[in-house]
Design a protein around this ligand. Structure first.
Ligand code: NAD
Length: 420
């Protein structure tokens, strides 16, 4: 899914967030100047033979924003609305996200303008391989490590890895993450975003002394569904998922829904709507339900200045990218709602990507327990880093996360100096 509203220029938006953090940090002007631009943006033309025998030329990008803290890291998006600006903005956000959770990566992002939903598997494979071949000179295990994003899958990652390995003559699984486990992927990667969003929510709930929380989840796709399924395991006690929704509508039961039964219903019917033993509720209403924990896991710009005053959740963990507008942030902060921002709350995915890269380097896969245990450590530490920083500076957690991330990248940059 796109991370930004289509009317905003995403790169301008990313720059504004950086400037806000820079002002609070009193950042050196020269450092801000360097952090305001991507280091390298590559545009490639990708001729692909289609099934009907014609050749179609696709446009692809790879943006390498900043590598002061480690190799560039970020997904590859296949979508008809991909633009250069969007790819650059997403690579900036990856820089801040990796720094927020303190993993040794910079920020990168890739994209190809295409619609995989209209392409056969053969066409998709040829496109992935052509893109991999075109950007092979720019990526590498200590240079730039891509991953899946919107409309790209573990299968695409396997083709990318194989193409890169064949061109370089070296089997290199860790040049890309999000691969199937059979070819060097990490255990625990598939639900790591949701697990991470719950670890940080658990910490916020503890601070608010809330036990056995009621939970509302907007969006029942990969991220939302796994949040529902993992809630009991991660939060402990007896949490109750009281409402969930998808693009067709929502369902609500104050006594709690059985996440596995809802999952089965959705697998059978294509939606959560119509689940027995629950009332219908709209996607607008679901956000305003009284609950302890709200997890937006669908689209951007869902909590706005219009509905923010009516939000009754005590904690919001943003599994989705960009679900809250800046005006809504201010309202929620004044109302005492703890909003765990996307660059922290949904960083579990990139954290396990980092683990996948480390496992690849060592040719030694970890057990699921080890992956989940290390993810917990990273997310809990990152939550408290951001929470303490925000409390000290008396700002909301989004601003706190950006400040902390920018400060870390700026420090790395300053220590290495400017050369040549
Ligand atoms: P997905 O496509 O699997 O699921 C999205 C869900 O949202 C679907 O159930 C869809 O029906 C629902 N939806 C769409 N429009 C809606 C609406 N108007 N109201 C309510 N629900 C609606 O996508 P995903 O991978 O689960 O990603 C969800 C969000 O989480 C995105 O913002 C994504 O960028 C973010 N995210 C996901 C991951 C991940 O690992 N999956 C990682 C980081 C961030």
């Amino acid at each position: 899914m796109a991370a930004q509203a289509p009317t905003l220029n995403p790169f301008e938006n990313a720059t504004r967030q950086l400037e806000k953090a820079a002002k609070i940090l009193n950042l050196d002007k020269n450092t801000l100047e360097v952090l305001s631009k991507p280091k390298l943006v590559v545009e490639v033309s990708l001729p692909v033979k289609m099934d009907d025998g014609t050749v179609k030329v696709f446009t692809g990008y790879r943006s390498q924003y900043n590598d002061a803290r480690g190799p560039y890291k970020g997904g590859i998006r296949f979508h008809p609305n991909v633009t250069r600006d969007e790819v650059v903005a997403l690579s900036a956000w990856m820089t801040w996200k990796c720094a927020t959770v303190d993993i040794p990566f910079g920020g990168g992002k890739g994209g190809v303008i295409c619609n995989p939903k209209d392409m056969s598997m053969g066409e998709q494979e040829r496109l992935v391989r052509r893109y991999a071949a075109a950007i092979t000179p720019f990526v590498g295990v200590q240079k730039d490590i891509p991953a899946p994003d919107v409309y790209t899958t573990p299968q695409h990652m396997a083709w990318f890895m194989d193409t890169y390995s064949q061109i370089t003559g070296q089997r290199t699984p860790h040049v890309i993450t999000g691969k199937p486990v059979e070819v060097g992927g990490s255990l625990g990667r598939s639900n790591s975003t949701s697990r991470g969003a719950l670890f940080v929510a658990r910490e916020a709930l503890k601070i608010k002394k809330i036990k056995n929380p009621t939970i509302v989840i907007q969006g029942f796709g990969n991220a939302g569904e796994n949040c529902a399924l993992l809630a009991k395991e991660v939060l402990g006690g007896t949490p109750k998922v009281i409402a969930v929704s998808d693009s067709k509508g929502g369902i609500y039961n104050q006594d709690g829904l059985d996440p596995e039964a809802v999952q089965k219903h959705k697998a059978k019917t294509g939606s959560v709507v119509g689940f027995k033993g629950a009332k219908s509720i709209s996607n607008e209403e679901i956000l305003e339900l009284p609950c302890d924990l709200l997890i937006p896991a669908a689209l951007e710009n869902q909590i706005t200045k219009e509905n923010a005053p009516r939000i009754k959740a005590k904690v919001i963990s943003e599994a989705a990218n960009g679900p809250t507008t800046p005006e809504a942030d201010e309202i929620l902060y004044k109302n005492g709602v703890t909003v765990i921002p996307d660059i922290l709350a949904n960083a579990g995915g990139v954290t396990v990507s980092y683990f996948e890269w480390v496992q690849g380097f060592n040719w030694y896969p970890w057990s699921l327990e080890e992956v989940n245990g290390r993810l917990e450590q990273k997310m809990v530490k990152a939550f408290h880093d951001v929470y303490n920083f925000s409390s000290d500076k008396k700002v909301h957690m989004r601003t706190g996360a950006y400040c902390l991330a920018v400060e870390r990248v700026a420090k790395a940059l300053e220590l290495q100096g400017l050369w040549p």
